[in-house]
Design a protein around this ligand. Sequence first.
Ligand code: FES
Length: 173
Amino acid sequence: MEEGLSTPVGTRRSFFVKTTMVLSSLIGISLAIPFIGYVISPALRRRTQDWVALGKVDQLPIDEPQALDYLMTVKDGWQKSQISKGTWAVKHADGQVTVYSPICPHLGCGYRWDRQDRLFKCPCHGSVYDINGAVQAGPAPRPLDTLPSKVENGELYVMYQEFKSGLSKKVEL
Ligand code: FES
């Protein structure tokens, strides 16, 4: 008799308790997901870079590659750091500018412009490139890597990127 009376009440009460717990959990989860996303998404996001000013275009000599270094702010998740980077910039006769990564596509050494021979030369394994980045000699598997660049109000900007070495195609790291 007692069991008969108490069972429906107990069942209803436990139903409300369980429903309340489920609803509370759902509300908690729906609040937690955006918060967790906000906290961890920068850490999961790929390293991002911005346009960096390299200098005035009208100060670049024509057909004479210039080594242009600059400090770049790199955002990696929540962290920001400043890194010194180099580029080679070539202003052509038509005023267009090509900016090269300073890293040899063979195995990643730094190369130099030989003013006398008018060639880029890598000291590590002897790769040689012309002023347009085309391979002239050595084991380099591809031309010099160009970097995204633009000119705004007479200022040259570059977006720094790095590429895998040793491949015949440009593949960004
Ligand atoms: S790294 Fe430049 S030739 Fe090998």
